[in-house]
Structures are given as structure tokens and as C-alpha cells.
Unconditional design. Structure first.
Length: 337
């Protein structure tokens, strides 16, 4: 039954991606887009791909650093291969990669999955904070343009939001009451639950999860961790900005425009669809309209950046998958007291 649900979930998300991509391509002059792609300077795209590789390596190093205060010592390549396999999995099924990369690290370095999940949660929270900071900074730089952009999106897509406020309120009340009831039941029956095998397993899992989440608090190399965080997001920005020079129609855009594309592109890639397909293209081409970039040119930019980035993930993730499956577990990570 679980497999059927997973297949249906995958098919639903795939259908959403196909619909969004079809929507993104409507009203597009394919001949004009093809002409733009043929005139592209792919040397600049090559530079952005090299920056992406550097960003992935930096992310693997940062992830490896999170295990130091926990006493685990996965190797750099073990962390890197698990990370890239996770990215590869996300191309097929959104967010499944987070669990899969932790599973592969368990296989190669013997790090508990729940501990790894805790580190991934911390990583995602940090990425969300960085995206929020970039969004705030970009709004200060390009307030007029982005204000109109987001206002248009929310007024067109969520004009019925106020009509659903009452439903959301009721759901919130139910969630609070339900959580409180569960908490009260656990409190009143804690003595019995402590002897329950299932409760013990859940408690152990949550304890390891929290251990992974709180690892950053005990980290000694906080300066290096911050450096890698900033470097990762710098590579994200540079891949957006330098790709402008690949197309004649975007070559004259400013660095502020690069910040805008970083933000809207980041939102698109965060959407729960395969690799941000469709939603990334819609957001990026719409944002470029604010900088007087024709729709066809904006679509060409979105296609070339998204497609090359996805192909890079597939290639690197495929190599890491093979390397991980062939890897002999000679030196598993050990927890040091």
C-alpha cells in the first residue's frame, strides 16, 4: 500500500511539473527562443557550472563539519557522494533526497540516519534564513520592481485567500488542541510509555534527531562554517548573474538584477515539484520582464540555466551513486567519546 501511495505521489508531482512547464511555454515564440539559444555564449555557462561544482564541494565540507561535535567523522568524499545522490533523488521525487542522502551516509560511514536528518534540518533552516536575508536585501535594492512583481503574483494567484481565513483558523485550532491532547496523554502515561518498545524507539530516534539539530551549537569551527555558508550562497548568486552574459538579450543586466533572479529562482527551486520544473521558468521569465527583457529571451535564460544545472546534478549524482554503491566500508565513521 505504501509503495502505491509513493507512486501516486510521484505521478501527481510529475503531472504538476508537466502542467507548470506547459503553462510556462504558452505564448512563447519557439523560433525566437531557439535563436537565442543558438547565439548563446556557452563559455559563460561553463563558468557557472564550475561555480556550482565548487558550491557542492563547499556544502559537503560544511555538512561534514556538523558531525565533528557529535563525535562522528565521515570522510569528505563519503559526505560529498551522499549529498550528490540526494540531489539526484530530488530530481525524481522532491524532498526524498534528504532522507536518501542520510541513508547513503549510514551505508558508507555508519552515521545514524536520525542524527544525519537532524544535521540536514539545521542545514535547511540556515538556507531558509540566507534566502530570507537575500530577499530582504534585494527588496531594499529593487523595491519598486519586486513589490510590483510579488503583488501581482499574490493578487492573481491568491485573491481568494481571505475567503479561506476561517477554514485556516479552524484548522489551526484543531492542530493546537490535538497537539495539546497528545502532550497531555504522554504526560499522564509517561511511566507506562517508557516501558513500551515502540515509544522507546521513537524516543531514541527523536533524541538522535535533536542531537543532529543542536550540533551547530557545539561546533568549534564556527568561523569556517559561516565562511562556507556565505561561499555557497555566493556561488548561487554568481551562477545567476554570470549567466546573463551568455545571452545577448541579458548581457547588459545589472548585478542588482542578479540578486532578483537569485531570490525568485531560489523560491522556484524550493517548490515541491521535480527540480523546480515549470515554476522556476515562470518566476524567472516574469522577473526578467521587470528589467525590460522580452518574454522569449527570459524563457531562453530560464531554460539554459535550469537545464544545464539539472544535467550537472544528474551527471555528478550518477557518478556519486555508482561510487557509493561500489564503495567498500573499510573505515566507517566512529563516535568518539
Amino acid at each position: 500500500m505504501k509503495k502505491i501511495v509513493n507512486v501516486l505521489k510521484y505521478l501527481l508531482l510529475l503531472a504538476v511539473s508537466v502542467f507548470l512547464m506547459a503553462y510556462a511555454l504558452r505564448s512563447i515564440n519557439f523560433a525566437a527562443v531557439k535563436a537565442e539559444l543558438l547565439r548563446a555564449d556557452y563559455l559563460w555557462i561553463g563558468v557557472t557550472l564550475l561555480l556550482s561544482v565548487a558550491g557542492y564541494l563547499s556544502r559537503a565540507i560544511r555538512w561534514q563539519m556538523q558531525y565533528a561535535p557529535l563525535g562522528y567523522k565521515p570522510g569528505l568524499w563519503q559526505s560529498y557522494h551522499a549529498l550528490m545522490v540526494g540531489y539526484l533523488a530530488n530530481v525524481v521525487l522532491p524532498r526524498a533526497g534528504e532522507v536518501i542522502r542520510c541513508t547513503f551516509l549510514k551505508r558508507s560511514a555508519n552515521v545514524p540516519v536520525n542524527v544525519s536528518l537532524g544535521t540536514v534540518i539545521t542545514e535547511r533552516v540556515i538556507d531558509l534564513l540566507m534566502l530570507m536575508m537575500c530577499t530582504g536585501f534585494t527588496f531594499l535594492l529593487e523595491f519598486d520592481r519586486l513589490h510590483d512583481f510579488f503583488l501581482k503574483i499574490f493578487t492573481e494567484r491568491y485573491h481568494g485567500f481571505q475567503q479561506n481565513l476561517q477554514t485556516l483558523y479552524l484548522l489551526g485550532v484543531v492542530a493546537v488542541v490535538g497537539t495539546g491532547s497528545i502532550g497531555w496523554y504522554i504526560y499522564k502515561n509517561i511511566a507506562k510509555l517508557r516501558r513500551n518498545a515502540f515509544f522507546i524507539k521513537v524516543s531514541d530516534f527523536m533524541r538522535g534527531l535533536w542531537e543532529g539539530i543542536s550540533s551547530i551549537q557545539r561546533m568549534e569551527q564556527k568561523g569556517a562554517f559561516i565562511f562556507h555558508t556565505v561561499f555557497i550562497w555566493l556561488t548561487y548568486y554568481l551562477t545567476s548573474y554570470l549567466a546573463f552574459f551568455a545571452l545577448p538579450g541579458t548581457a547588459g543586466l545589472s548585478w542588482q538584477a542578479g540578486m532578483a533572479i537569485l531570490v525568485v529562482g531560489g523560491l522556484g527551486m524550493s517548490a515541491p515539484v521535480q527540480g523546480g520544473i515549470g515554476i522556476y521558468h515562470i518566476l524567472v521569465r516574469t522577473a526578467l520582464l521587470l528589467y525590460a527583457v522580452p518574454l522569449d529571451t527570459g524563457m531562453a535564460y530560464a531554460l539554459i540555466t535550469h537545464t544545464t544545472g539539472a544535467l550537472l546534478v544528474v551527471a555528478m549524482g550518477g557518478v556519486s551513486l555508482v561510487a557509493s554503491l561500489l564503495q567498500v566500508k573499510k573505515k566507517p565513521a566512529q563516535q568518539v567519546a
